[in-house]
Design a binder for this molecule. Structure first.
Ligand SMILES: [Zn+2]
Ligand SMILES: [Zn+2]
Ligand SMILES: [Zn+2]
Ligand SMILES: [Zn+2]
Length: 146
């Protein structure tokens, strides 16, 4: 089932102007050289391929010394350790509140920007926070049941 038939129509088109050799070296330099044998994903560096391979092998070389939880990536361990140390490296530039996770800061930033990505299915009211929207939608469901 692994038919690797890719269209080279575009490559031929480009090849008419530039010499083949030149475009070959270009793609070699910019291209991704390391390929995962499990899922054929390609990576620019051997290091990132090795990290990716752990998602197939289930290997978790990074261990938290506080609670022995294990992680596939160093970044994930570092984020986790903040739950023990209480470190909050993400700071809101608007109000100086600090957050341990980037996602929390981003969610908080919406209160300043007024961005409201969540929309109620019933009345199209918009909400900046998912949990607020869910709460709101519950009130619709209650009304429907009555
Ligand atoms: Zn893979
Ligand atoms: Zn831990
Ligand atoms: Zn803020
Ligand atoms: Zn609504």
């Amino acid at each position: 089932m692994a038919s690797a038939s890719t269209s080279n129509a575009q490559g031929l088109e480009a090849g008419r102007r530039k010499s083949k050799r030149e475009s070959y070296f270009r793609s070699k330099r910019e291209g991704k050289h390391y390929r995962c044998e499990e899922c054929s994903r390609q990576f620019s560096g051997l290091g990132s391929l090795k990290i990716h391979m752990r998602s197939h092998t289930g290997e978790k070389p990074y261990r938290c010394e506080e609670c022995s939880r294990q992680f596939t990536q160093l970044g994930n361990l570092k984020t986790h350790i903040r739950t023990h140390t209480g470190e909050k490296p993400y700071k809101c530039e608007e109000c100086s509140r600090q957050f341990s996770e980037l996602g929390h800061l981003k969610r908080h930033m919406r209160t300043h920007t007024g961005e409201k990505p969540y929309e109620c299915d019933y009345c199209s009211r918009q909400f900046s926070d998912l949990s607020n929207m869910k709460k709101h939608m519950r009130s619709h469901r209650k009304a429907l049941q009555m």
